[in-house]
Ligand binder design. Sequence first.
Ligand code: URP
Ligand code: ZN
Length: 461
Amino acid sequence: METIVIKNGTLISASSEAPCRADLVIADGKIGAIGHFNPEGAAHIYDASDCLVMPGGIDPHVHFALPAGGMVSADDFENGTRAALAGGTTGVIDFVTPEPGERLMDALEKRRAEADGKVLCDYSLHMSITEWRDSIPKEMAEAAAAGTPSFKTYLAYKSGIGLSDAEYVRVLDTAAQNGYLVTTHCEHGDLVDFLREKFIREEKTTPYWHPRSRPPAAEEEAVNRAIALASTLGAALYIVHLSTAGALKAVRRARAQGLKIMAETCPHYLLLHEELYDGSFDGTARYTMSPPLRPPQHSEALWGGLMDGTLAVLATDHCPFCTKGQKDRGRDDFTKIPNGVAGVEERMKLLWHYGAAAGRITPAQFAALTGTNAAAIFGMAGTKGSLSVGADADIVVWDPKLETEISAARQVSKCDESIYEGWKTSGAPRFVFTRGKPAYTEGKVIAEPGNGQFVPRRLRL
Ligand code: URP
Ligand code: ZN
């Protein structure tokens, strides 16, 4: 592979608040050297003057081609990873969701077949545990050995993929005994199911009722329960898409006690609010995701959590469904709207504009929240998420002043809507490299399907 030099950039590292002006040499797909070089002999030179050079983003929570009620989320592995690259993200972690009775390794093989050869950037997978049987500990060991040592559990969706508490404690205990990580969607499933059924019975059918069927207390109770159970059993726990001030408080308290509790939030919980569910279908179906949007005071608390490190990761839960032909199946019944919104393409731009450029977080925190912390938590440190010599050259050259406007018409995502339509942000990628190859340059994704690889992970908890 030809040598590339990224010249004159300001290197940003999650571990140091002192930016460093330097050149970065890419050789054989790895970061070969960092310093000041005469680029003579380099096959390609990229000018990064006035730009920041950072580890490519890692989004550890995406759902590409997610089946839901006879539909499939709008972006498959090919297009989803294309959207990721367009936003500066060079690695994603999606999910395996086994069918009832299906062995975990069979489900893993099937999910990999959907992605391998199609992804444009590297990807990994979390394994979902959606039911308990005696063979699950052995099956979890096989999945972990195959590079999938993080296990997703749902306390919502009790009639489908959700776990009872009896099943959940068994998963936590198995994880604790073997050094796996449990990730959990925390909502009180029975309360949510009860409220949804009640509202439909009362003919309260518009998306206005969606957030009312999944109130903050449903998340806060489940987060407190998950922390209590995980800490009793000694399991490491990562809470996905945390959306409320009360749940954040519980995580902060647990971390202050030294417990192995980590959490992420998503851009929509920071930037969009419950009042958007105004009662009409057309204007608001696009905001149906679980957990739902919250009143603004929750967002303010979440920003505080990103700033003080209580929240380790900004993920996206990228899972958009088109309004036409998908979300509109729930026109007369909000419980039939497939849940989920986009984010993988916008995540880094939004966090830069509203976080770093607004002075809420430093560039070092930006690098930590968008990639470095996820690499460390999910077992990829050393190869991903840092600008260290020998690491994979997954790199974003970030122009902090580059202005772009978000629009469904121009986005890579195949969703027919954008929940951020018309938003103007400053800060965007100019060049993105994956394993040392140019993957995005000046507004265009140039990586081809099959450019990415499966990344097996090993946890160091
Ligand atoms: O609304 C959401 N979050 N959809 C994706 C599936 C899930 O619950 O994470
Ligand atoms: Zn999700």
